[in-house]
Design a binder for this molecule. Structure first.
Ligand code: UD1
Ligand code: CA
Length: 490
């Protein structure tokens, strides 16, 4: 649908006092996206020119929005004197026939809500139209919509008195569209409230009293919730998360314990994939088909191709894992690591900024950093790349079919050529040529019939140690006695 005769204003200058964190709530995330970006992204998607009113922590809010949008205008509201004042501070830029006004803290608004509101507003030639929802809980600080005979007004939560006002289940959702002409005539007519604020919501009563058209459309509170407190942030995120999980379930993704999974908005998951308990899928993560992501694993900003299995308790960050690879349990894959098809990364293995070639195994207790490892390489248990010398990072290259014995220390920079073999327990400090066996450890010595002699030696040594200990303690006791005697005589 086209909204050609509409421009939008998003209110984002408020102080977030009820959040009590000292930070603007608008930069707090819901399923990986900052609250303010929900409104700006929706408006960009439906092609409505947008102005953002900024004030409190304006640099942070502005910087965030600029990172995601090129064409948003910013207007500063120097003093936070209420939503009516915030809208009034944009009046010089109103150009189009209608102005859509969104509270910046209502993140789950949909295109459908805006379309319904716009259509009704245009069809009825209303001066102002707004979205309402049903909310029975009087503790929520929403403005209540009060209809009396043929008049309508919004009474703010602070001023609401259930003994005077009826219809308190109908609340104002903070999404409005008004004729620009009406706004120009009436925005200055809003009076200061008892709390020294100018309420935008007073426009409804002003229009109604002047017998100008006022319209409402309704939407579920689930999608119109405002976020004023951390509790509301939590509730809103639960709703968003549940929606995402339902969406992926309907696309063939099995969640073993859906209520314990955290999933961000931009995550994609292929069908046939299974997601275990307490898995976190974050940021720009793509998971292929028929993968198995088992419990307590976090995957962030990473791509997994089809048929990958991640065993429990792994972290995968900023990395790529090709099809049929196996990772974990307890593996840490990060910093632009690329794991090729059929690789097996086992338990307690950290891989950082490395490429691991096809069908290579590193199954137990290893650190592979700044390494380029070819295909069908075996990395023995306990192998580590010493990639950092205290000043710079260095690369380890291990070519196809090489065999790295257990407990190897590979001191970079280092190249181990194809088919090379390093002996268990080696410290490898020099390049290893193709098909070469490298042994970097001292030779073993076997002393024939030595064990009895050894025990004799050990016994004599421990007897000497015990004797020394007794003598030292006798001297100590004597010294203590002497000290006490001296103290008494003093
Ligand atoms: C507002 C409505 C209330 C409605 C609710 C829906 C008013 C007076 N009340 O209340 O009827 O039910 O939203 O969620 O409008 N802001 C500014 N400048 C200011 C004050 C606020 O830009 O001086 C911004 C805030 O950053 C926020 C938005 O306006 O994004 C709404 O302000 P808020 O204080 O949250 O209003 P509510 O009390 O929730
Ligand atoms: Ca609010």
């Amino acid at each position: 649908m086209a909204f050609e005769n509409v421009e939008a204003i998003v209110l984002a200058a408020g102080k977030s006092t009820r959040f009590k964190t000292g930070k603007s709530k608008l930069i707090e995330k819901i399923c990986g996206r900052e609250i303010i970006l929900f409104a700006t992204k929706l408006l960009e998607q439906i092609k409505i020119d947008t102005t953002l009113v900024v004030g409190h922590q304006k640099e942070i809010v502005q910087q965030l929005v600029k990172k995601h949008h090129k064409n948003i205008t910013f207007i500063e509201q120097k003093k936070q004197l209420g939503t009516g004042h915030a809208v009034a501070s944009t009046k010089d830029i109103w150009k189009k026939e209608h102005v859509l006004i969104l509270n910046g803290d209502v993140p789950l608004v949909t295109e459908q809500i805006i379309e319904d509101l716009y259509k009704k507003h245009i069809a009825t030639d209303a001066a102002i139209s707004f979205v309402v929802s049903h909310c029975e809980n009087p503790n929520h600080a929403y403005g209540r919509v009060i209809k009396d005979k043929n008049k309508i007004k919004i009474v703010e939560a602070k001023d609401f008195d259930p003994t005077i006002h009826n219809d308190h289940c109908c609340i104002n959702a903070g999404i409005y569209i008004a004729k620009t002409e009406f706004l120009k005539d009436c925005i200055e007519k809003i009076d200061k409230s008892a709390s020294n604020e100018f309420y935008l919501t007073d426009l409804v009563e002003i229009a109604s009293n002047a017998n100008l058209g006022v319209q409402t459309t309704s939407a579920s509170l689930n999608v119109t919730r405002g976020v004023n407190t951390l509790e509301e942030l939590w509730a809103t995120e639960q709703i968003q998360r549940a929606e995402l999980i339902k969406y992926w379930m309907n696309h063939g993704v099995r969640f073993n314990v859906a209520q314990a999974v955290h999933i961000d908005l931009d995550v994609q998951i292929g069908n046939g994939t299974q997601i275990g308990c307490a898995v976190h899928l974050l940021g720009n993560t793509k998971i292929g088909k028929n993968c198995n992501i088992r419990k307590f694993t976090t995957i962030e900003d990473s791509t997994l191709e089809d048929n990958v299995e991640i065993h429990p308790n792994c972290v995968v960050r900023d990395s790529y894992i090709a099809k049929e690879a196996q990772v974990g349990p307890f593996a840490n894959i990060h910093s632009q690591t690329k794991i090729e098809q059929g690789v097996s990364i086992g338990n307690f293995v950290e891989v950082k900024k490395s490429n691991i070639g096809k069908f290579t195994f590193a199954r137990h207790h290893s650190y592979l950093g700044n390494a380029t490892i070819g295909s069908r390489v075996n990395i023995g248990a306990g192998t580590i790349t010493c990639n950092y010398d205290g000043i710079a990072k260095h690369e380890t290259i291990i070519k196809d079919n090489a065999y790295i014995g257990s407990n190897n220390t590979l001191v970079a920079p280092l190249t181990i050529e194809k088919n090379a073999f390093t002996a268990a327990g080696s410290t490898i400090t020099e390049d290893v040529p193709t098909s070469c066996l490298a042994i970097g450890r001292s030779r073993q010595v076997n002393k024939e019939n030595y064990v009895e002699k050894l025990y004799e030696k050990l016994k004599t040594r421990s007897a000497e140690i015990n004797k020394n200990k007794k003598e030292t303690s006798k001297i100590n006791v004597k010294n203590i006695k002497k000290d006490k005697e001296q103290q008494i005589t003093q």
